[in-house]
Write a protein that binds this ligand. Structure first.
Ligand code: FAD
Ligand code: EPU
Length: 337
């Protein structure tokens, strides 16, 4: 076990915030996990599990121990006629796993291509894009309880998945280190190309026969035009979640804003936060080192030297303006530290 002191996290978060932590360690196997949680470094300090840092905003230095998850390995644990169960260690890069599935002709994750981050955060966040969500693919989650070192397996229903939510973000927040995720993937693809621009992008690409690779390439193409690449411009994807609003408020707003996009759900109506933020005039505006991106108002960016607080303060102003103009509360998707 190597412990580094006063460790800079700038290259460990996709916002590129120049924050540091008091102590830093990396776990590569279960012995490392056992050793660290038995140690005084863990027991005498607050701790934070870090994956790819693509959904975190450091608003200050972290006065504790950061545990970087670097657990690697992919294994087919059940191979049936129509499906496979694949157990993936939490430190695998999500998009590399998607490419591995495409290569092996396992279907289910292709619409989730190019989402940054590691496998371990995928159930935590219930990542989703282009009509697919982890909750529909996750068979189980294996995790270590930090207080006891005991290993637990969570079934899909134990995870209490919701839109960008899970039990690990709510009741069990900061209590478990997710070590692996087992996904159920189909050998016979059920292509889902109805969402957004996938069909028209496939047509532009002259795709006449659907394949997992073609759908993945189309999703990658769409994402690359809409979302800034964190390697070039610091960001964490959508800063806010899309709010689910009471139907009577949406009906009232539609009288005033008839073009407002809205998507009925079981518990209300989803309204895109990007549209609300654009209507409040934030899209493409630059404020010092930060701003709302010119192609996607929902993405807040770091133009180079923003502090976490600058970005957080902009987010608060945006939140307030959306509340004032539309009476709608928008909540961060990004995890604030
Ligand atoms: P981190 O940012 O490192 O961590 C996120 C949270 O999970 C933290 O609270 C952390 O403590 C916790 N955590 C991480 N790993 C573990 C673990 N092993 N055990 C316990 N807790 C853990 N998300 C989507 O859903 N859909 C998108 O389309 C999408 N697009 C994006 C596009 C861009 C350009 C960017 C930058 C981000 C995007 N995101 C999207 C958000 C992000 O990629 C996902 O939330 C991703 O799952 C975060 O993974 P990570 O490993 O970087 O997690
Ligand atoms: N819109 C605007 N202005 C903008 C941005 C969006 O009017 O600046 C409108 C669009 O015209 C469209 C609607 O909002 O009518 C939805 O936009 P988009 O398809 O770009 O998707 P989104 O709702 O903004 C969500 C996820 C993304 C995911 C995409 C694709 C959330 C919070 N975000 O974005 O996930 O990739 O759908 O499925 O649910 C993330 O979680 O970090 C993320 C990037």
């Amino acid at each position: 076990m190597t412990i580094q002191e006063n460790f800079n996290l700038r290259t460990y978060n996709t916002f590129g915030i120049n924050a540091s932590c008091k102590l830093f360690t990396e776990v590569k196997n279960s012995d490392d996990i056992e050793e660290i949680i038995m140690s005084r470094y863990f027991q005498n300090n607050p701790n934070l599990i870090l994956g790819g840092g693509s959904n975190i905003l450091f608003t200050k230095d972290f006065d504790g121990l950061v545990i970087k998850n670097s657990l690697k390995g992919i294994e087919v644990v059940l191979d049936e006629k129509d499906y496979v169960l694949v157990k993936v260690c939490a430190g695998e890069v999500w998009h590399s796993f998607v490419l591995w599935c495409i290569e092996h002709h396992y279907a289910g994750v292709e619409n989730l291509s190019l989402i940054p981050g590691l496998v371990g955060a995928s159930p935590m966040q219930n990542i989703g894009a282009y009509g697919a969500e982890i909750k529909d693919l996750c068979e189980s989650v294996e995790a270590v309880e930090l207080s006891s070192g005991n290993k637990f397996s969570f079934s899909n229903s134990d995870c209490e998945f919701g839109y960008r939510e899970s039990v690990f973000k709510r009741k069990l927040k900061n209590q478990f280190l997710i070590t692996s995720v087992t996904y159920k993937l189909n050998k016979i693809p059920h292509f889902n190309v109805n969402y957004g621009d996938i069909k028209s992008t496939l047509a532009d690409m002259n795709v006449h026969e659907l394949s997992l690779k073609a759908v993945s390439d189309a999703v990658i193409k769409i994402r690359s035009t809409k979302l800034p690449d964190p390697k070039q411009l610091g960001n964490a994807g959508s800063f806010f979640k899309n709010p689910v609003v009471a139907k009577n408020l949406v009906d009232k707003l539609l009288l005033k804003y008839p073009v407002m996009p809205n998507y009925p759900q079981e518990n209300g109506v989803k309204v895109p936060a990007g549209w609300l933020i654009e209507q409040c005039g934030w899209k493409g505006k630059v404020f010092g080192n930060t701003g709302s991106h010119k192609s996607q108002a929902l993405v807040l960016v770091n133009y180079g030297n923003a502090t976490g607080n600058e970005i957080y303060n902009l987010a608060l102003e945006i939140k307030q303006s959306v509340k004032e103009k539309f009476g709608i509360d928008i909540e961060p998707e990004v995890n604030l530290v």
